[in-house]
Design a protein around this ligand. Sequence first.
Ligand SMILES: *Cc1c(COP(=O)(O)O)cnc(C)c1O
Length: 358
Amino acid sequence: MEPSDIIRAEISALSAYHVQHSAGLIKLDAMENPYRFPSSLQDALLARLATASLNRYPSADAPDLKAAIRHAMNIPNELDILLGNGSDEIIQIIAMALAKPGATLLSVEPAFVMFKMIATFCGLNYVGVPLTTDFEIDVEAMLVAIQRDHPAVTFIAYPNNPTGNLFSRDAIARIISACEQHHGLVVVDEAYFAFSSESFLPDIVHYPNVVLMRTVSKLGLAGARLGMLIGDRRWLQEFDKLRLPYNINILTQTAVTFAMAHYDALLAQARLITDERTRLAAALSALPGIHVFPSQANFLLIRVDDATRVFSTFVSRKILVKNPSQSHSLLSNTLRLTVGTPDENDAMISALQATPGI
Ligand SMILES: *Cc1c(COP(=O)(O)O)cnc(C)c1O
């Protein structure tokens, strides 16, 4: 027999999430924080990890870690926290919980690719409403989709990936109330909160149908794999039933609890990155033939005349960025550049300066 005799057709049709080889390259393709954990704290972290009980299953609901996150991120007491092995796992938990036959997951396009992939994994119908050409939400089209499909869940990243912008709050508020009328949950995904001037955290207590997702990945702890869902207990206690036992391993619990006690050091790194974002955006805007889109995240989306050619220039200089041009018509001839260290950003600037006519 063949696997295709029994594998679901929609899974056969997928290609696996592609991770680019990066050995020997300046890695600016995946929105990682370029700075390591502060060296002044490494010995203390190591001491904690050395005494962690690797022989035991980790705490199943990680109360110490949750308390440290609650304190660091100032999460109101009336909201609960659910932890995932990365926020990807949380998207999957939500999708599994809501995957009644015929149920729809709605998002915008272009958006974070895992919204669509996970909808497919879980057997949800996926609907993606295109953004406008300046990457704003097309509210009227979203309202039409909500009326037509009654999405069980709508995912909105704030700021959005791969475009980097914050959508209009008013647009999001209109979507939230339309979803409430049609009994749909809205997940606001704040993966880039550390680099953004805006958040929905103070607002979610006012909405019965909104939960908020965050991750420590872009904050400097991508290797730890920890994401979180913040919201009303009525929602989180249902989602918690789908969480696999012990999904957050002891090394992650120990390391992130420690890191949250030194949250200021991570935020200081995030500030260095946002300062560099400003400098990089100004330097690139000054070059002919490059359009830099506004960003509230730790990356910049740029448009050039020929993204394939610019991407090759980067590769020849051992710089790896993301070329999302083929993934959506609104992204034609764009490149997504993660903000790196000043030296790494200088390397991107000189690569672009050296590309005649861009
Ligand atoms: C990176 C990213 C995530 C994934 O975060 P993990 O916690 O690393 O799984 C989620 N949402 C958006 C919008 C992202 O860009």
